[in-house]
Design a protein around this ligand. Structure first.
Ligand SMILES: Nc1ncnc2c1ncn2[C@@H]1O[C@H](COP(=O)(O)OP(=O)(O)O)[C@@H](O)[C@H]1O
Ligand SMILES: [Mg+2]
Length: 261
């Protein structure tokens, strides 16, 4: 796929990721389009989470993790080559995890602390931004009268929406979702899926999901990861209809049809 330079949010050139001597991914080349939703699918252990974490250098926190090649993120250049301001990178490239991880403090402080780190110390301004973000994820009506209660007492679905709001309040350019619905019930899943879809056009979104139907519903592009023998790579990448209806690689075709993986 050839994409014009100004429409690329993330460009990976011959990226490899390993943990000590364990290779997670090799020779990954990928261009992620700005403002689109890209799904990463593939069997467990095929390197999806590892690749996500390389995009905001959370990989630095993994023991013995080495990322090779060029990981070019718009506005930051090659994360491996340049001197990167990590606070600024992680504000710009936010991440939502499988298990909702609100801070075990009040709902209000979940917003106040990251905003303060970003230099917004005024309580009124912080409250204003929190309200906007909570409204955006449809949580304001549910929590406006309990902002001083602990965020980890909310239901799982509410916690995940709070985590999305907490990421949005920092006005990121890219949001990474690592199986954001796998700990949620079907109703909460539908709500979170809807929220992610609404980000299309505004942010660049990557979502790792085991749920192929979900990828089909919400993604524009899909990357199929595969890890077997000497193949540790993305074996298929393209728009949803092409990847699901006419996959080029045998691995992708067998995985997507449920015969393997
Ligand atoms: N912190 C780590 N230390 C060592 N090996 C790891 C670590 N994280 C992941 N791996 C290995 O890297 C490979 C890819 O894992 P991961 O990126 O978690 O895959 P996925 O998200 O697709 O399930 C696997 O072989 C896994 O065991
Ligand atoms: Mg994973």
């Amino acid at each position: 796929m050839n994409i014009e330079e100004e429409n690329i949010a993330i460009h990976l050139k011959d990226v490899g990721i390993r943990y000590g001597t364990t290779v997670a991914l090799e020779h990954v080349n990928l261009q992620i389009r700005k403002g689109r939703i890209t799904a990463f699918v593939g069997p467990s252990g095929s390197g999806k989470t590892s690749l996500l974490k390389s995009l905001n250098r959370l990989s630095d926190l993994e023991k013995d993790c080495v990322v090779e090649g060029e990981v070019i993120v718009e506005g930051f250049g090659d994360l491996n080559a340049e001197k990167i301001d990590l606070v600024s990178l992680r504000r710009s490239v936010g991440m939502i995890f499988q298990k909702p991880n609100p801070f075990p403090i009040s709902i209000r402080k979940n917003f106040f602390l990251p905003l303060r780190e970003r230099g917004i110390k005024d309580k009124k301004e912080s409250d204003r931004r929190m309200e906007k973000a909570l409204k955006r994820v449809g949580l304001w009506d549910e929590v406006h009268d309990r902002l001083n209660e602990r965020a980890d007492r909310l239901s799982g679905g509410q916690q995940q929406r709070l985590c999305i709001a907490r990421a949005l309040v920092l006005e990121p350019d890219i949001l990474l979702f690592d199986e954001p619905c796998s700990a949620l019930d079907p109703m909460a899943t539908e709500v979170v899926e809807g929220l992610i879809s609404e980000l299309r056009g505004e942010l660049t979104v990557i979502i790792v999901t085991h749920n192929l139907a979900q990828a089909k519903r919400i993604a524009d592009e899909v990357a199929v990861f595969w890890c077997a023998g000497s193949c540790k790579n993305i074996v298929e990448f393209g728009c949803v209809s092409q990847v699901f209806d006419a996959p080029q690689s045998d691995f992708a075709s067998q995985y997507l049809s449920g015969q393997r993986g």
